[in-house]
Design a protein around this ligand. Structure first.
Ligand code: ADP
Ligand code: ADP
Ligand code: MG
Length: 650
């Protein structure tokens, strides 16, 4: 076994690799950028090496700096994780030239699968079914247009160097082909410095089913069954499961054999995934699957395979890289139960899944799930990297059991401080077609309006947020107990919900430990039973309430977030009477109402910023003159960052 490895990655996957390394007694070296100085993966490692500024091109993509870090610390091998340098054959060659081991396949194998067009030619030769289409050299627009007609619409244009769903366009009719091609080529050039595209038949009712393969340096290759990754947004996976719903023995056998053929064709060693597109319109048929691409690395969704096989794939990677043979043969492997993974991202689902940033002021994970994460409460989701917060992985005896566990896990995973997709995931799990296991890759798009519609917070939620916001809940003793003892009898609380709508709640003690909450003339009775349960109009409800730097969050069947106007506007150390305006939270500057030199009066609205989907108006802390503006519109600002300064001598 290896003695010490360097992990050339960050976030959850760096932490994931370290967990297994530690269990095997392998020492770990982390690398980090400026933004990651205090990151979890650095804290977890035995040693760490600074590799440069926050931008990936100046840190995590700098192969030579990373190799240097491995040499200096005496690491024998480099684990690339996924993304970054994981599928870069030049990097692999440099690692090997430096006398180190790359924990992954050979440069030649990566190169063979690196471009989708060449990979398809190779796979076709190896007898693996490939998606019908054109994957040749000719890139003339008219020529490709003719090919599209030949293939038959709808077609999919794909960047041959593509990844992460980029450079891909679905074209339904010949009239829109030329524009779509031009735009795919532009995106491909910008993202991958390679404008070449291929044209594929767009498979009807497509399901994404992939096979995990594993090879060693002794010529052994096995597959570890399939994963269904059909639930996608923008061609990127959201929820993955194993096995695939509706899978038959015949289909699994055919797909497994094809995947092993694919791996053997390139002398594959290490963990890899062969991705297939499947026509699911008539159930799963052994002649209705086609090779799409091979990912020559560990995949984000590998934990669902670990759950159903009981194998630790990172352990296998380390063993294979140490020269050991695969721990099991094909006949030793079997499927046990059902597993699902949900990817939790900081992203704004309603704004087209726009990546979000911010500080995770509150973060609490479910106990029911395996949680693979690279962040802790208080950590920042920065604009520099993938905004993934965590992966939740559950395992049950049946699909129903796994689904139930996933619902519970999502419900008990609480995050505040940045927008997340947790509510969206919750709603997705309730989609009838998903529950019944009858879905294809367009399920999310088809139901997008329903999945992103805004909901009005129920009175119960508003009332609880108001109690928390009013500070009449003594957090150090039993929640809420202190309320009736010494607090005034009546409170009026103002809150903004996540759509920026003002909510006013009148609270009144009822004299027996509960209280009466009035919202828009609707009156309710509330009684707190314990820290996660309340009686609301005599119904028992499970809830969790959290105050944090941005306001109050209430977690029930879904998460609800509120800001408290008094708390945010002009309060705090640089608040009323001060000389500066500071950002009360991380966010985006939307409007600046003044210029340097402007005379302002206490309370004038000067800057509007957007955070947590809401606009916040920042007002003048006193009368004065604007001396300095430190931001411009569209700037992303950190929590506490100074935005504006008033001159001190007026
Ligand atoms: P797929 O490549 O099929 O989308 P995964 O879902 O496992 O496979 O995604 C791998 C991860 O690798 C993505 O979430 C993304 O963070 C990262 N990634 C993919 N392509 C690139 C790339 N070109 N550069 C950097 N990171 C990438
Ligand atoms: P990437 O490298 O971005 O992962 P893929 O070739 O793996 O690109 O395709 C990404 C996703 O796009 C697939 O998971 C699938 O949902 C969809 N897709 C790809 N090819 C086809 C096709 N021929 N027909 C229908 N959907 C497809
Ligand atoms: Mg893919």
């Amino acid at each position: 076994m290896l003695n010490k490895i360097l992990i050339a990655n960050r976030g959850e996957i760096a932490c994931r690799v370290m967990r297994t390394a530690r269990a095997l007694g392998v020492k770990t070296v982390a690398v980090y950028s400026d933004a990651d100085r205090h990151a979890m993966h650095v804290a977890m490692a035995d040693e760490s090496v600074y590799i440069g500024p926050s931008a990936v091109t100046e840190s995590y993509l700098r192969g030579e700096t990373i190799i240097e870090a491995a040499l200096v610390t005496g690491a024998e091998a480099i684990h690339p994780g996924y993304g970054f340098l994981s599928e870069n054959p030049e990097f692999v060659e440099k690692v090997e030239q430096a006398g180190l081991r790359f924990i992954g396949p050979s440069a030649a194998a990566i190169r063979a699968m690196g471009l989708k067009d060449a990979a398809k030619v190779l796979m076709h030769k190896a007898g693996v079914p490939v998606v019908p289409g054109y994957h040749g050299e000719n890139q003339g627009s008219e020529f490709l247009q003719q090919q599209a007609l030949k293939i038959g619409y709808p077609v999919l244009i794909k960047a041959r160097a593509g990844g992460g769903g980029k450079g891909m366009r679905l074209v339904e009719t010949p009239e829109t082909f030329a524009d779509a091609l031009a735009s795919a080529q532009r995106e491909a050039q910008a993202s991958f410095a390679d404008a070449n595209c291929l044209i594929e038949k767009y498979i009807a009712s497509p399901r994404h089913i992939e096979i995990q393969v594993f090879g060693d340096d002794h010529g052994n290759v096995v597959h570890l069954f399939e994963r269904d990754c059909s639930l996608q947004r923008r061609h990127q996976k959201v929820i993955e499961e194993a096995p695939a719903p509706g899978m038959t023995d015949a289909m699994r056998d055919a797909m497994g054999k094809a995947a092993i053929e694919a791996a053997k064709a390139i002398d594959y060693s290490g963990a890899g995934t062969v991705e297939f597109i499947v026509d699911g319109s008539n159930g799963l048929q052994p002649d209705q699957f086609w090779f799409m691409e091979m990912n020559t690395r560990l995949q984000v969704e590998h934990p669902v395979t670990e759950a159903i096989t009981g194998c630790d794939l990172v352990e296998w990677q380390l063993r294979v890289a140490s020269g050991e043979p695969l721990p099991y043969s094909q006949d030793d492997l079997s499927i046990n139960g059902w597993s699902m993974e949900a990817r939790i991202y900081a992203e704004d689902v309603a704004k087209g899944f726009l990546p979000a940033t911010g500080t995770l002021h509150y973060l609490d994970f479910a106990e029911q799930a395996r949680v693979d994460t690279g962040v802790r409460e208080g950590d920042v989701i920065s604009p520099f990297y993938d905004p993934m917060i965590a992966k939740l992985i559950v395992h049950g005896e049946t699909r129903d059991a796994a689904l139930r566990l996933m619902r519970q896990s999502l419900r008990h995973t609480h995050a505040a401080g940045t927008v997340t997709n947790i509510n969206f995931l919750n709603d997705l799990l309730d989609q009838k077609d998903f529950v019944e296991g009858k879905f294809d890759t367009s399920l999310i798009d088809r139901n997008i309006d329903q999945l992103t519609g805004t909901l009005v917070p129920p009175d119960l939620i508003i009332a609880l947020a108001a109690i928390e916001a009013a500070g009449i809940n003594d957090r150090d003793s039993d929640p809420f107990v202190a309320f009736t003892l010494w607090q005034p009898l009546k409170h009026t609380v103002q809150l903004s919900d996540q759509d920026g709508i003002e909510r006013v709640v009148a609270l009144e003690t009822d004299g027996s430990g509960g209280w009466r909450a009035t919202i828009d003339e609707r009156c309710h009775m509330l009684m707190v039973v314990d820290s996660d349960r309340v009686l609301f109009d005599n119904q028992s409800v499970e809830v969790s309430i959290q105050s944090h730097a941005l306001g109050v969050s209430v977690f029930a069947d879904r998460a609800w977030h509120f800001t408290v106007p008094d708390q945010l506007d002009g309060d705090g150390p640089d608040g009323a009477g001060g000389d500066t305006i500071a950002a009360p939270m991380p966010g985006l500057i939307k409007v600046i109402n003044v210029e340097v030199g402007a005379k302002v009066a206490l309370g004038d609205p000067l800057i509007i910023m957007e955070a947590m989907k809401m606009e916040h108006t920042l007002t003048a802390p006193r009368d004065g003159e604007v001396e300095e503006l430190l931001v411009t519109v569209d700037d992303q600002v950190e929590d506490g960052g100074i935005l504006l300064r008033l001159s001190v001598d007026d």
